[in-house]
Design a protein around this ligand. Structure first.
Ligand code: GRF
Length: 185
């Protein structure tokens, strides 16, 4: 199974997938890693693992649709069976989603449909939930909607900060992501 991974930041979810492929826990190949953020840590992790990378930055395009088309072509050029959004922080347009729908996977640090959007961890904390978690789902034309593939619950501790809670979520997220990709493979 060929996976193209899109990242925007630290790439610890990507690293979990890289490690699982290397250690034989995931029967797949990471064909390429792409990002909207030049030089982000996630791209560095791919380079360190000898994986092809590409950068498609919005600032280099006159419009958001042109950026979407360029990203779509960069992904398609690597013939993915699965496109994984692992900490990718841009909204992809309907044409991009339609091209890869059914094999476009996203991970979100909350128990969807609760707390969608870019601040799911903070929103859950602000709401005062005692349990939150992580969701791996197929991407459809909505934001953090689409068929849910897997979820895991994570407790919220009284002295949690957004960062400490997110780190606890990411421990489960990395495990759940690899498990879900292994099932898809
Ligand atoms: C992950 O928790 C992801 O669900 C969220 O942002 C975090 C990215 O972490 N969108 P990383 O870049 O994989 O370390």
């Amino acid at each position: 199974m060929r996976i193209v991974v899109l990242v925007s930041g630290s790439g610890t979810n990507l690293q979990a997938v890289i490690d699982a492929v290397r250690d034989g826990g995931l029967d797949a190949e990471i064909a390429a890693v792409g990002s909207d953020v030049p030089g982000c840590r996630g791209l560095e992790r791919a380079v360190e693992a000898g994986i092809r990378t590409f950068t498609v930055a919005p600032a280099d395009f006159a419009s958001r649709p042109e950026w979407n088309r360029a990203l779509e072509e960069a992904v398609a050029a690597n013939s993915p069976d699965v496109v994984l959004l692992a900490g990718f922080m841009r909204i992809l347009d309907a044409e991009f989603v339609a091209r890869f729908e059914g094999r476009l996977v996203n991970t979100h640090p909350a128990l969807l449909p609760s707390f969608p959007g870019a601040h799911g961890v903070r929103d859950a904390m602000d709401h005062g939930v005692k349990v939150t978690g992580v969701t791996v789902h197929l991407v459809d034309s909505g934001v953090d909607t689409g068929p849910i593939l897997a979820q895991a619950a994570v407790p919220v501790l009284d002295d949690d900060t957004e960062e400490s809670l997110h780190e606890r979520i990411k421990v489960e997220e990395r495990r759940l992501l690899v498990e879900t990709l292994a099932k898809l493979a």
